[in-house]
Design a protein around this ligand. Sequence first.
Ligand code: GAR
Length: 220
Amino acid sequence: MARKRVAILISGRGSNMTALIEAAADPDYPAEIALVLSNRADAGGLVRAAEAGIATAVIDHKAFASRAEFDAAMDARLRAENIDIVCLAGFMRLLTDGFVEGWRDRMINIHPSLLPLFPGLDTHERAIEAGMRLTGCTVHFVRAKMDSGPIIGQAAVPIALDDTPDTLSKRVLTAEHQIYPLALALVASGLATVENERLVMRGDLPADIASMLVSPSFGD
Ligand code: GAR
């Protein structure tokens, strides 16, 4: 089966992007990273992508009068590159309903909490503030409402009593880097699909992958 062409959308350092690029370096991985697109020219991830030999593009949201025009420019670029799947990886712009609908079930996102808890920003601060003993990260298909949509995989990560948002974010990020490549592989291979707004898995997942997708091992 032909590898799916993936675009990764970033706004910053791109550590999740790097995890996806590294996974896709394996010729057996069902997706290739065809494009890294940033809304910020100074996103650190652009340098890392270029170093890995991946095509990069910048579409500066500030150059557009409206969200709809910015999204239309991104959409045109993605379609011109024959992109099959879009991965949001720290892409910090709200997307219009039209753009999201145009990529329905072909756009996934990673978020640093156990959704539907703590959508939005400052997730680690809020989880600590709430006294949670567990938090984690989620990969999900993207829907119009921010940080919502059918969940593909989640990893639970313990919160230590002396954690700060910074120490916790590092631990969660390690888990993010494990589940995002797995989740993308499932979507790209056609194993993971959506029915009635819930994840459906076609075929039997090897047990090690199935357990990784809900509780990968992680370390500091
Ligand atoms: C990651 O922790 C990702 O989960 C989060 O931004 C960070 C990007 O880091 N995304 C969101 O908060 C989306 N709502 P990275 O650029 O190193 O991958």
